[in-house]
Design a protein around this ligand. Structure first.
Ligand code: GLU
Length: 306
């Protein structure tokens, strides 16, 4: 696939709901170093749509940790919580196309339906790439008029993408994304997208008027991101992102999904395990060089993926 002749603009997009750990440090360093090698720009985005869990002190902690690592973003961070109007505009557009619908089912309604269908069929219900059961109810289970009435009456709801209708609206052209499989700034190959494996995903939550999938797609476009460099844990989510880009008329950036930093038992690091937080490592006297060495970044090989 030919290299697009676009400026190289990448981003690091943490959620300020805790301190950064070694996995974040790896992602930020891989982004920042690819930007430096290409003469491109490294941008920062605070993914703080969950305003109850995100806090200003964590945002400051992220800025401090990045500065300690020697990373200086090219601009002030974009905060998702300041851009709910952009996500609302995207939802309006999808609603105008008839592709989203309010769903009133609670988590326990969904869990019960999944258990019942598994018992009836004698096999596991279909699951998404993260292992969660697909939304078990078809849109046709409730007439659009009944949905509109319940919504008008103030019943809590999420907005879901009607995946079958969305795939039809996306048209016949193949859905794929360009993936740089070697160096983050390297050439890309086309990866076929398969959004159907996610079912009717949530695009706006009950408590938050957007979702990860929607806001990441809108923001990557609004920030002019041409290269999305992030962990392999989001590889399959890219299928949903490419579909939303097609529906919303947005360009698809080149992606590079880097290897994950795992703990001693092979699990992804989490913010709740403070032992691997950059703050804890700093407090124990670690230097940025020690962190780079621990991440396998000191041999000039930024991101051997396999
Ligand atoms: N906010 C996401 C996270 O912290 C990253 C989103 C992305 O890079 O697309 O895992």
């Amino acid at each position: 696939m030919p290299e697009p002749s676009l400026p190289f603009i990448c981003r690091f997009a943490p959620s300020p709901n805790g301190r950064l750990h070694l996995g974040h440090a790896f992602s930020a360093l891989v982004n920042a170093e690819a930007a430096a090698r290409t003469g491109g720009a490294f941008l920062l985005r605070m993914e703080d749509i969950d305003t109850t869990r995100c806090r200003p002190e964590f945002e400051q902690g992220i800025l401090d940790d990045l500065a300690w690592l020697g990373i200086v973003p090219a601009a002030a961070p974009r905060r998702q919580s300041e851009h709910f109007a952009d996500y609302a505009a995207a939802l309006d557009r999808l609603e105008g196309m008839g592709l989203i619908y309010p769903a009133f089912d609670s988590r326990s309604d969904i869990a019960r339906a999944v258990i019942e269908s598994e018992a009836k069929l004698g096999r596991p219900a279909p699951r998404d790439p993260d292992g969660a059961p697909l939304f078990p109810f078809p849109r046709s289970a409730l007439a659009d008029g009944a949905r509109a009435k319940r919504k008008a009456e103030g019943e809590p709801y999420v907005l879901r993408l009607d995946m079958a209708a969305a795939l039809e609206a996306a048209g016949a052209g193949p859905l794929f994304w360009p993936e740089a499989e070697g160096m983050p700034e390297g050439p890309a190959v086309a990866i076929p997208a398969d959004p159907a494996q996610w079912g009717d995903v949530v695009l706006a939550r009950r408590d938050v008027p957007t979702s990860y999938h929607l806001s990441v797609v809108v923001d990557d476009a609004l920030q002019g991101i041409t290269r999305v460099i992030r962990g392999m844990d989001l590889y399959h989510a890219t299928s949903v992102h490419v579909l939303l880009q097609r529906l919303l008329g947005l360009a698809t950036p080149v992606y590079h999904h880097h290897r994950l930093i795992l703990d001693a038992s092979g699990h992804k690091l989490s913010k709740s395990n403070s032992a691997t937080s950059l703050l804890a490592l700093r407090n124990c006297g670690a230097t940025p060089g020690d962190v780079r060495a621990r991440l396998g970044l000191d041999a000039g090989q930024p991101t051997p993926r396999m």
